[in-house]
Design a binder for this molecule. Structure first.
Ligand SMILES: Nc1nc2c(c(=O)[nH]1)N[C@H]1C(S)=C(S)[C@@H](COP(=O)(O)O)O[C@H]1N2
Ligand SMILES: [Mo]
Length: 418
């Protein structure tokens, strides 16, 4: 990639390419054909310059029709995942009886386009921009030498729970109809982003830090310097004791704890550090609140999302079926802002009763819980409501926003007992 692409005009150029590429994809024009048509050498140069791609970003047939390659690398069996186009939602019943973390094979995948396979040996990380005194260009081994920190944190898509805007509140939102399976907890191992920024001579005047993905759309989202310097904001290369898998951003992804999933940029090839506020599609057009009552904020079309809230899910199929009699019902609740303090459950219109919390119960991760239920034949609704130690609790309804983000209300889980 050319140094010149740091210039604002080149940035705009990149963004223009993205827009045109989106239009092209909507019209079923493949990537190769697209670049032939528009004759853009730089985008191809960007990809080859930032690490060899093992597979073409999108393959086309001779007629120019996309060959529709799989958007994922790992197996996505139907009993473990629900597919939403290029995304794979975890089936919650799969978490029952499991340990604290989500196994890599079960972890949900959210791809704006598709998993890109990057050769670790030729991968480079550039750290550059007006906010650093010494731009860096590091290989994988050099990066790994800069530190090894392991933290347990969740990554949750901002759209998790989106389907309930329509199903529970009668006002359907745009986007993938996730239920509650767009979340996973892992032990992430990586280099603190702050350590990398310090190596690059980050200036006190630096303002925004933006990891840039090497996927087709170059997914990127800025964060303020303070968040980038937090101890648990990492450039991750390990997940649950294994090398970071391709679908989750190999060789290196960003972990930005508590923030919407989109901030956790996968396949990072560059970190832009700027003395000026940075903007991308992902903090101006998507991951902003749109709809009645929301006003534009500068270049953003609405209030920009940062953290996710408090939620709960039952480890049951949707809808669930059970046999009558005593059952142990289990679930998990999570909060980006604290430790789960209490979870209450309710059967149909009955009283709210406390569920039994398990350990570990780490702050800003999730907590496993269970309750015993004497299931009576018929159709029922089970509800769980979590409260964290900051006093944040799940309400009964959630204010609408057009793109269906952050749904955090209590969910009625349908259960048929027969
Ligand atoms: N480069 C890149 N990073 C990305 C995405 C993407 O499409 N491309 N998706 C984002 C979104 S919206 C989410 S919710 C998380 C999902 O991480 P996962 O696929 O590892 O579960 O990755 C984020 N990082
Ligand atoms: Mo997301």
């Amino acid at each position: 990639m050319q140094q010149g692409q740091l210039r604002e005009s080149d940035y705009d150029h990149e963004r223009f390419e993205e827009r045109v590429w989106k239009l092209a994809r909507d019209r079923d024009i493949g990537r190769r054909r697209f670049f032939e048509l528009v004759g853009l050498a730089s985008a191809g140069g960007f990809l080859t310059g930032c690490g060899r791609l093992d597979a073409p970003a999108n393959s086309t047939t001779t007629t120019g029709t996309p060959a529709a390659p799989s958007p994922w690398v790992k197996p996505i069996p139907e009993d473990k995942f629900i597919i939403h186009k290029t995304n794979a939602e975890m089936r919650w019943e799969q978490m029952r009886g499991r340990g604290y973390a989500t196994p890599n094979e079960l972890f949900f995948i959210r791809n704006h386009t598709k998993t890109v396979r990057i050769d670790r040996g030729s991968w480079r990380l550039r750290v550059q921009g007006s906010g650093v005194a010494r731009p860096l260009d590091l290989g994988y081994d050099e990066l790994v030498k800069l530190g090894q920190t392991t933290v347990t944190r969740f990554v949750e898509c901002a759209g998790n729970g989106r389907v309930f805007f329509g199903e529970a509140q009668g006002h359907k939102a745009e986007g993938s109809p996730w239920r509650l399976g767009a979340i996973g907890v892992a032990q992430w191992t990586g280099v603190p982003l702050g350590a990398v920024l310090e190596r690059a001579g980050v200036k006190p005047t630096a303002r925004d830090v933006m990891p840039v993905g090497l996927d087709e759309l170059m997914v990127r989202r800025p964060m303020p310097l303070a968040k980038a310097m937090a101890d648990d904001t990492l450039l991750v290369y390990g997940m649950n004791g294994e090398d970071l898998p391709p679908d989750h951003g190999a060789p290196v992804r960003a972990l930005v704890p508590g923030w919407v999933g989109a901030a956790n940029v996968k396949w990072v090839g560059k970190v832009e550090v700027s003395e000026q506020p940075l903007f991308s599609d992902w903090n101006t057009t998507s991951y902003v609140l749109l709809g009645p009552g929301y006003q534009p904020q500068g270049p953003a079309k609405g209030p920009v999302l940062t953290t996710v809230g408090v939620k709960s899910a039952l480890e049951l199929p949707w809808p669930a079926t059970m046999t009558p009699g005593y059952q142990t019902v289990s679930g998990r609740s999570w909060s980006a802002t604290g430790r789960i303090h209490q979870v209450k459950y309710r059967v149909d219109d009955g009283p709210w009763r406390p569920a039994q919390l398990k350990t570990p119960n780490e702050p800003a991760v999730w907590t496993q819980w269970s309750f015993d239920w004497d299931a009576i034949p018929g159709s029922h609704a089970l509800r769980a409501r979590a409260t964290d130690d900051q006093g944040n609790t799940q309400p009964d309804t959630w204010p609408f926003n057009q793109q269906g983000y952050l749904y955090g209300a209590v969910v009625a889980h349908p259960v048929m007992v027969a």
